[in-house]
Design a protein around this ligand. Structure first.
Ligand code: NI
Length: 218
């Protein structure tokens, strides 16, 4: 088919208009796209406020067989049906452990009566010194419902392994004193015993309380 020059010019104009329209539509579509994720550590308020986001399906936690501050044998099943707020530490810890335990206690109190559905637990990674009687007075100084758990070296190692907690005994000084090196996270476990959230050391009590509240509504 032979197209007369004037019609050809018309076609070119229509084609250009179509291309222009397509470009405008594409521009609008791109502008409406959600922004690509920025580096998580800087942009996600949850991250900077102390909640550690684990990849979906991350498995952490599990069965433990320990004794509480009254010398009563307990397992993870003892607290089934409740949320557990678990911290691994030791009573001789000079700084980080007390801060974390205080934050846990404050968070639970801030929740009001729903906070009673949360069982705060300290699992000692220093079973040598943290016997039940030592734990008993220590936990009571933080929260009336804080439970202190200990056990044999093997039992503690098994519990720590389940929560991927690292700990190691530091050098012993002339007086027999030593410090335990240990990872410092607070674990929120659901009533089904499954991991819900992990808080970094230094997470504010209100961040913990807010996250627990959110998980309770889930
Ligand atoms: Ni500590």
């Amino acid at each position: 088919m032979i197209v007369p020059p004037s019609s050809l010019r018309g076609l070119v104009i229509v084609a250009l208009a179509a291309v222009l329209a397509a470009l405008i539509v594409a521009g609008i579509v791109i502008a409406l796209q959600p922004q690509p994720a920025r580096p998580v550590a800087q942009s996600d308020p949850a991250q900077s406020s102390g909640i550690l986001r684990l990849p979906p399906g991350a498995e952490l936690g599990g069965a433990f067989h320990l004794v509480d501050q009254n010398g009563t044998a307990v397992t993870d099943a003892t607290y089934a049906g409740k949320f557990m707020l678990i911290y691994f530490g030791f009573t001789f810890c000079p700084d980080v452990c007390p801060t974390e335990l205080q934050a846990m206690a404050t968070a639970i109190d801030d929740l009001g009566s729903p906070g009673e559905m949360v069982q705060p637990i300290l699992i000692s990674i220093d079973p040598e010194r943290d016997r039940p009687e030592q734990l008993k007075q220590y936990v009571a100084s933080f929260h009336p419902r804080l439970v202190g758990l200990t056990g044999s070296g093997e039992e503690i190692a098994a519990a720590a392994k389940a929560y991927r907690v690292y700990y190691a005994k530091g050098p012993v000084d002339a007086d027999g004193n030593y410090v335990m090196d240990h990872t410092s996270f607070v674990y929120l476990m659901g009533p089904d015993g499954k991991l819900r959230s992990v808080f970094r050391a230094g997470a504010a009590p209100e961040v913990m309380a807010g996250e627990i509240e959110k998980q309770m509504l889930r």
